[in-house]
Every structure is written in C-alpha cells, then in structure tokens.
Write a protein that binds this ligand. Structure first.
Ligand code: ZN
Length: 138
C-alpha cells in the first residue's frame, strides 16, 4: 500500500473566505501515484473548514449570510470565548462547515459526484494556515 502526506498552506487576506482547492488536491493525487484508494483532506486549524460543494458564487454568498445568522461575529463581547481574542464565531462556523472530507480515488481520479468540488473555508484569516492531504491506496 502506498501512503502520501502533504500540507497545503493558505493565507486568506480577509477574515473570511472560501478557496477552491480541488486542483491542489488533484496535484497531490498525481504526485502520490495512487490510482485506487482514499483521499482525506482536513483543515489543521480549529477556525477553518474543508468541505465539498458547488463552485458557485451565489451559493458562497448565501453561506456567508447563513453562517453570520447562526454565529454572528458581532457583538464580539457576546461570546465567553472572546477574552483576549475575537474569534468565537470562527470556531462555531468551523463546526458547522466541518473539519474534513474523504474522497474515493478510482482509476487515478477523485471520484466526485456531479458538481462536487473541494473548498477551504476560512473564518479567521489574515494569517498562514494549513490543510493536510493524506492519500492511501495502491
Ligand atoms: Zn479562539
């Protein structure tokens, strides 16, 4: 069995943002040489997510509005976590959008459903953060 590990680094210039990382993950798969197996992609920070959905800007705007309703950034003082920091909402947004995804690898390709793409979701950006890609198979 082959095993491959790589960290991808991102620095989203705003507090929040979504980045399509599908091509980065496909590049990892090619580098791994695995043609049948599984690919795990997870955020290595508790204020960022990795999720799969549509690469459609209207939907990404809707996510932003929805997440702000569920866990608004302001008022910062409304969260007990925000003592010396202001990212309680980012922890909650991460919880909602998830930590990781697993994609099947079939015949050397990520075996996606229709319109599925992999995204990095940043909720407390303006600094370098990592995503782990782990690929196992043969
Ligand atoms: Zn925090």
């Amino acid at each position: 069995m082959k095993s491959f590990r790589k960290e991808l680094w991102f620095n989203v210039p705003a507090r929040r943002g979504f980045v399509n990382i599908t091509r980065d993950v496909e590049a990892c798969l090619k580098e791994s040489g695995v043609t049948e197996g599984l690919c795990l992609v997870n955020a290595m920070h508790i204020t960022a997510s990795v999720f799969i959905n549509d690469d459609e800007s209207g939907l990404h705007h809707d996510y932003e509005v929805w997440l702000e309703k569920l866990a608004p950034h302001e008022p910062v003082s409304g969260y007990r976590h925000n003592v010396g920091e202001d990212n309680a909402d980012a922890h909650m947004k991460r919880q909602i959008m998830g930590r990781e995804v697993v994609v099947a690898i079939t015949e050397g390709r990520l075996d996606f459903g229709t319109w599925e793409r992999i995204f990095y979701g940043e909720f407390d950006g303006r600094r370098k953060k990592r995503v782990l890609v782990k690929i196992i198979g043969e």
